[in-house]
Design a protein around this ligand. Structure first.
Ligand code: ADP
Length: 250
């Protein structure tokens, strides 16, 4: 589904990503770990089109997407979750989902508005999809609550919901466990697994919570100093001496 080949990102003379080659197969939940400064976030930014690589290539679904910007990748089904923007905190959870632009241009409310009579039906469809998404995430009871009043975990679930509104194929999750309480963490894990196993989503997630990595991810990739150190199942990666050394040197 995704192939990175010799990816490099230099900031001045410093290579934050230094020759990364990686393959993500459809249906995987790939866990990206590594000490602070390893280059994980920079790699995410390259994959999502937020940064342009200095060299190397990125292929998504067989197509060279190396120089495509974020919105073009979004339309192809490669989506990165972002924190709910501050201006959206005043909108309700339901409205936050309804604000997500559709992935297929033909479905856009504006295009349908131009086609006049379709607008109401399109709005109703988006509304229903947003309600279904909230129900799936067990957030139905806070549908009309302002997003700014939700707990850290509920916000993470809502961020996941925003990607579901786009019918994404590959979702990049940046530290989904950060700031989430234990109960909602279990729920978040459960929802990610259902999206993966039953709805065909492929995920790459950066995470420091090793319990979550162990539960969800296969394969696990450990990065250090801009390079892929090792790729394998959780236990192989965790017990590799190079991985231990990389974390000790943090
Ligand atoms: P990680 O997410 O694994 O902690 P990052 O990708 O954030 O690592 O950072 C990798 C390295 O690249 C760090 O040393 C960081 O200081 C450096 N870096 C990241 N972004 C920039 C930038 N815009 N300019 C200069 N250096 C950067």
């Amino acid at each position: 589904m995704l192939e990175l080949d010799g990816l490099v990102k230099a900031f001045g003379g410093f290579h934050a990503v230094d020759g990364c080659s990686l393959r993500v197969n459809k249906g995987e939940i790939l866990g990206l770990i590594g000490p602070n400064g390893a280059g994980k976030t920079t790699l995410f930014n390259l994959i999502a089109g937020a940064l342009q690589p200095t060299s190397g290539t990125i292929r998504f679904l067989g197509e060279d997407v190396t120089h495509l910007p974020t919105d073009a990748l979004f339309h192809k089904g490669l989506v990165r979750t972002f924190q709910i923007p501050h201006e959206f905190h005043r909108l309700t959870a339901l409205e936050n989902l309804m604000m997500v632009p559709p992935r297929q241009p033909g479905e856009s409310l504006f295009a349908n508005w131009l086609a006049w009579g379709k607008v109401r039906r399109a709005e109703e469809e988006v509304h229903r999809k947003a309600e279904d998404t909230l129900a799936f995430l067990e957030l139905g009871h806070v549908a009309h609550e302002r997003a700014g009043n939700l707990s850290g975990g509920q916000k993470k679930l809502l961020e996941l919901g925003r990607t579901m509104m786009t019918d994404a194929q590959l979702v990049l999750l940046d530290e989904p466990a950060a700031g989430v309480n234990r109960t909602l963490l279990r729920k978040l894990e459960e929802k990610i697994l259902i999206l993966n196993r039953e709805r065909g989503y492929t995920f790459i997630l950066i995470e420091h919570d090793m319990e979550m990595i162990e539960k969800l991810c296969d394969p696990v990739v450990c990065m250090a100093e801009g390079k892929v150190l090792i790729q394998g199942d959780f236990h192989t990666v965790r017990s590799d001496t190079r991985v231990l050394e990389a974390y000790l040197g943090e």
